[in-house]
Design a protein around this ligand. Structure first.
Ligand code: FE2
Ligand code: FE2
Length: 252
């Protein structure tokens, strides 16, 4: 067992069970009371050591149970190129780290991060057709630029794949334009999408440092950069993005 996944755990077990000579290397036991005390103390250390080793294991098992099943992963792989799948995994990992730093649910952050762009590579016509069929609003912005629909369509698609957590679906739905009054999960996914390791735009490293220091300030900065890019191209801002920005400013 030694050297297995439980590391030093077997050594403690051997000491506790007494192996060949329980008194070897220890003060001799004077009476039964002492023997009972030593056993209790060893049991305590055993529990502490087991706890340290088992807790991360339990967490991993729980994560595996909560993570998308093979069906969802298969669907995701079918809908994404390798490059975009890699981006989604980057967002998943970044969202998980942000969630842990904020004391938020890591599993929800992972799920929303992984699925956020599930409809990102659909052709425009397919996005428009799906939106019409599922009663998703197609505003003039989406009509001019159907790729904007990949977020609400993605949320509906994730629901069709069996995801029914409203918070996760909202985080997928609002990751592109932003939304006033975003939940913590929506903020996490919005930000993770901007700073995942695959992003290489100018200033991204500074943004990552800022996010690590101050999540709210990092979110403001990420939104400001995203809006600045739209303005730089002389394009109009979606009303939701304007409301999102105003909300961020008021929240400072
Ligand atoms: Fe997206
Ligand atoms: Fe993305």
């Amino acid at each position: 067992m030694q050297g297995g996944c439980f590391g030093g755990f077997p050594l403690i077990l051997a000491g506790w069970s007494g192996s060949s000579d329980p008194s070897k290397g220890r003060r001799p036991l004077k009476n039964k009371k002492n023997a009972s005390y030593v056993k209790k103390r060893e049991a305590f250390f055993l529990l502490v050591c087991c706890g340290r080793k088992i807790m991360p294991l339990c967490r991993r098992i729980l994560l595996v149970m909560l993570m998308p099943n093979n069906y969802i992963l298969e669907q995701l792989r079918k809908n994404l190129s390798d490059e975009l799948f890699c981006h989604c995994q980057g967002v998943e990992e970044t969202a998980a780290k942000l969630a842990l730093s904020l004391g938020y649910s890591e599993s929800k952050a992972r799920l929303a991060g992984l699925l956020h762009d599930c409809a990102r590579e659909w052709p425009h016509e397919k996005l428009l057709d799906f939106a019409r069929e599922h009663g998703i609003e197609i505003d003039p912005f989406a009509l001019r630029c159907p790729i904007l629909l990949h977020a609400p369509v993605g949320a509906a698609l994730a629901r069709a794949w069996g995801i029914n957590d409203g918070e996760v679906l909202a985080a997928i739905r609002n990751h592109t334009l932003g939304f006033p009054g975003m939940t913590v999960l929506e903020q996490i996914v919005y930000l993770a999408d901007k700073i995942e390791p695959g992003r290489i735009f100018s200033g991204v490293e500074e943004l990552r440092v800022l996010v690590a220091k101050d999540f709210k300030l990092g979110l403001n900065q990420a939104a400001a950069k995203s809006i600045a890019r739209v303005l730089h191209k002389n394009q109009s801002l979606h009303p939701l993005t304007v409301s999102f920005w105003n909300w961020l400013v008021e929240m400072r």
